[in-house]
Design a protein around this ligand. Structure first.
Ligand code: ADP
Ligand code: MG
Length: 586
């Protein structure tokens, strides 16, 4: 409740605005609202999803020009042109998204600059859009016979859209699809291994950000009643990004703060600088640039976190989610051949990390893959799970070749894994991290999440995650940030996440590293129980006591090749194995 108070005050102030403020302030607030709608989209796209776009102004332009042209030239109702604008924006965004989102690193922002400029020149050079003069005489929007002619009329509509956009985005981020989106930045490999279609998630956020920009454009056109290309240029696109970054690119409310600050600052500088310098010109741009750099120096995450510290702390959720269990896939009977790798070779340039490797795993057995550091064990895991597919060789999972499958397809068939170098989203709670593992056991998408129609399913996914966390013995850390746990415990979180996908084959890469003796015993106990339930487990581990006490069969690797295979006792006596470990195996 205390948490809601600042929000209630903010909304009350917003509502009272038109009654108290002069025309000039209302105009300023209207523009802040319009910018904030675009910046909210950028928080999702860039702040959360890690995809930087300089081209959002072009989508604003599409929304604005669609309604400007259709209402003036064809007399179409503004409410209809809003939907048409959204459809046009979606089509353009899908097209641009499919081309640009494949590009990694700096190529993506460069791509957005390219189409940002292209669309801007398109607006300015198409004759029926009025060229550089633009389109005038755009009709006002009317609602139940009330014509919104003045800025004061429009104010409530704009800020209603801002608040709804923020609400929808917050709902989205707190959902199955939201976790997939939050995994994009820094967790894409893990996400794919958990069955998340990351290219699709990128398209989804690209589309949402474009649609928000388009709505802002529609509002702009009907507020201003005329459009020309200038506000949809690359410069404005950069300014939108500034707003999101200065406000706090990882926080939805940062978008409003950033839009407010930049707009007011710019206005103020435009008024005062020419007076101070005794000369007119766009000096504000310079001051503005310096100010942005300074803010980023002092507050990397933008200014919203600074404000957040002044607000009452959120009451952390502590109730363990409860819901009926999710459906489980039929488990293959014990002894079924789950995995068969034959002649797997993996090259990194000239380095042969895996050479002609073969192994099998059956349901209800623990197969250990051991060997000195650098032998190629993790590489083999990546080949099997298609995180980094093999150069040559055959891998079959449940009797079917996985050659043409992506990691997420293999995950959907019942293989799950952990990573030697832990891949958790450190800021997210243990519960949310583990719930990522259950991604494929739900189906509700972004729209359902934004409208909160996904709650029943979400509760079941979270309850499943909670059960797996309890199962691995980390119940007391369920609501802690995953990054705050000891490294050994983080590995256990990864096991819970893998179990959450209801796998029949589990690949564990050094799960016991960093665990204390008792924790290792508990882990061994858990793995025995899983084996007893018919799960196949492929285990990489350096602790020989742990391996030999648990494994049914062992494969030993050295320099990418298999040097021994068999029962633990036999392997331990193998001269080649003793040699490889320099007498290290007792
Ligand atoms: P292990 O898990 O048995 O310790 P790895 O599979 O991690 O060994 O590594 C096997 C060999 O492959 C090492 O020499 C390692 O440096 C190399 N290697 C692993 N991944 C890559 C990569 N992505 N690019 C180049 N070389 C790699
Ligand atoms: Mg390794």
């Amino acid at each position: 409740m205390r948490r809601q108070l600042p929000l209630a005050v903010f909304i009350a102030l917003l509502a009272a605005g038109p009654l108290l403020l002069p025309e000039f302030s209302i105009t300023l607030l209207n523009y802040i609202g319009l910018y904030a709608i675009v910046a909210v989209g950028l928080v999702l796209l860039t702040g959360v999803g890690g995809l930087t776009s300089f081209g959002q102004a072009a989508f604003v332009g599409i929304g604005a020009y669609t309604t400007a042209w259709m209402t003036t030239a064809h007399g179409v109702s503004p409410w209809l042109t809003l939907s048409i604008g959204l459809v046009v924006t979606a089509a353009v965004a899908l097209f641009l998204g499919f081309i640009t989102l494949r590009m990694g690193g700096h190529y993506l922002p460069l791509g957005t600059i390219a189409w940002g400029i292209s669309l801007y020149f398109l607006f300015g050079n198409v004759e029926f859009l009025g060229g550089h003069t633009g389109i005038t005489g755009i009709p006002p929007v009317s609602l139940f016979g009330w014509e919104m002619k003045s800025g004061r009329d429009f104010y409530y509509l704009i800020w209603l859209v801002v608040l709804l956009a923020i609400l929808a985005l917050r709902n989205l981020l707190d959902s199955r699809e939201g976790r997939a989106i939050r995994a994009l930045k820094g967790g894409a490999v893990m996400a794919e291994a958990m069955g998340i279609n990351t290219p699709r998630a990128k398209i989804v956020i690209f589309l949402i950000a474009a649609l928000l920009a388009s709505i802002s454009g529609w509002l702009y056109a009907h507020l201003q009643r005329f459009v020309n290309p200038t506000p949809f240029s690359l410069t404005q696109g950069i300014e939108y990004l500034f707003m999101a970054v200065v406000g706090g690119i990882g926080h939805v409310w940062g978008a409003v703060l950033g839009a407010g600050l930049i707009t007011v600052l710019k206005q103020w500088l435009q008024d005062w600088l020419p007076q101070i310098l005794g000369q007119s010109g766009n000096f504000e741009i310079i001051v503005f640039g310096v100010a942005v750099v300074l803010i980023l120096q002092k507050a990397r995450d933008g200014l919203w976190p600074v404000i957040l510290r002044l607000l009452p702390a959120p009451s952390r959720q502590r109730a363990v989610p409860q819901a009926p269990a999710l459906d489980r896939r039929p488990a293959p009977p014990a002894g079924t051949l789950l995995l068969e790798a034959n002649g797997v070779t993996k090259r990194f340039g000239g380095l042969v990390a895996n050479n002609n490797m073969s192994l099998t795993v059956r349901a209800g057995e623990v197969m250990a893959l051991i060997g000195p550091n650098g032998a190629g064990k993790s590489t083999m895991f990546n080949c099997i799970s298609a995180v980094d597919p093999a150069s040559e060789g055959k891998i079959a999972f449940l009797g079917a070749s996985t050659a043409s499958l992506a990691a997420r397809d293999i995950a959907s068939r019942g293989m799950s894994r952990t990573f030697q170098h832990v891949r958790l989203l450190g800021q997210m709670s243990v519960l949310e991290n583990v719930a990522i593992g259950a991604h494929l056991r739900g189906s509700r998408g972004a729209l359902a999440a934004a409208l909160r129609l996904d709650r029943a399913e979400e509760q079941r996914l979270l309850a499943e995650a909670a059960r797996q966390i309890e199962r691995v013995g980390l119940a007391e850390h369920m609501f802690d940030a995953a990054g705050s746990l000891a490294l050994g415990q983080q590995r256990i979180v990864e096991i819970a996440r893998a179990l959450c996908s209801d796998p029949c084959l589990l690949l564990l890469d050094e799960p016991a590293a960093g665990l204390r003796y008792r924790e290792k015993q508990a882990l061994a106990e858990l793995l025995r129980r899983l084996r007893g339930e018919g799960m196949g487990i492929l285990l990489v581990e350096h602790d020989m006591d742990f391996v030999m006490g648990l494994a049914d069969r062992v494969v030993v690797m050295e320099f990418g090749e298999k040097i021994a295979e068999g029962a633990p006792e036999a392997v331990q006596r193998d001269p080649k194995v003793l040699e490889a470990y320099l007498g290290g195996v007792e």
